[in-house]
Write a protein that binds this ligand. Structure first.
Ligand SMILES: Nc1nc2c(ncn2[C@@H]2O[C@H](COP(=O)(O)OP(=O)(O)OP(=O)(O)O)[C@@H](O)[C@H]2O)c(=O)[nH]1
Ligand SMILES: [Mg+2]
Length: 156
């Protein structure tokens, strides 16, 4: 049994309407019907990795970058149905100084109408070691995998 690590503060950033609030709602309430006033709030969440390890997070949606706020990592959300989210990605990445960032490629339930997908994001991210995980906050698709990848990132 591993001693439980201290809490990891993770800032959720991304273009307007890219799904930041919805992702947090999915994580905290397992639904996007009760989003309420998630923005600006610190949300505590304990994730069970399934092997007896729990990882504690403190999430916060941040709508203005760059930020001086302390953090251990960033989640960057993108709306895969909105081409401008891909176009704005280089600028967004330049405002994130932290090396620990994971990209939540959102609206995977609308993959059929996506404006871009994983390969397109990879081209912009280049050699940076940034994981890109397709997710749907609406259906919950791949959210567990996303949390496993996020916890891997903060634990290493
Ligand atoms: N189909 C679908 N819609 C989604 C998904 N995630 C979010 N949405 C919708 O996309 C819209 C924007 O989502 P938000 O979570 O408010 O995005 P945001 O990044 O917090 O937006 P701002 O705070 O305004 O910048 C809402 O209408 C959501 O219901 C998803 O996975 N699938
Ligand atoms: Mg929001």
């Amino acid at each position: 049994m591993q001693a439980s690590p201290s809490i990891s503060k993770v800032l959720v950033v991304g273009p307007k309407g890219s799904g930041k609030t919805s992702l947090l709602c999915r994580l905290i309430y397992d639904s996007i019907d009760e989003c309420g006033q998630v923005p600006g709030q610190f949300l505590k969440f304990s994730f069970s990795r399934g092997n007896g390890d729990n990882v504690s997070f403190l999430f916060k949606e941040v709508n203005n970058l760059p930020t001086a706020e302390k953090k251990s990592a960033y989640i960057l959300t993108l709306n895969s149905n909105n081409k401008s989210d891909l176009e704005n990605l280089p600028n967004l990445l330049s405002m994130i100084s932290d090396k620990r960032v994971i990209i939540a490629l959102g609206m995977a339930d609308l993959h059929y109408s996506a404006a871009f997908w994983i390969e397109d994001v990879k081209k912009i991210v280049g050699k940076k070691n940034i994981k890109i995980v397709p997710i749907s906050s609406k259906t919950g698709e791949n959210i567990k995998q996303f949390m496993l990848d996020l916890s891997d990132m903060v634990l290493t």
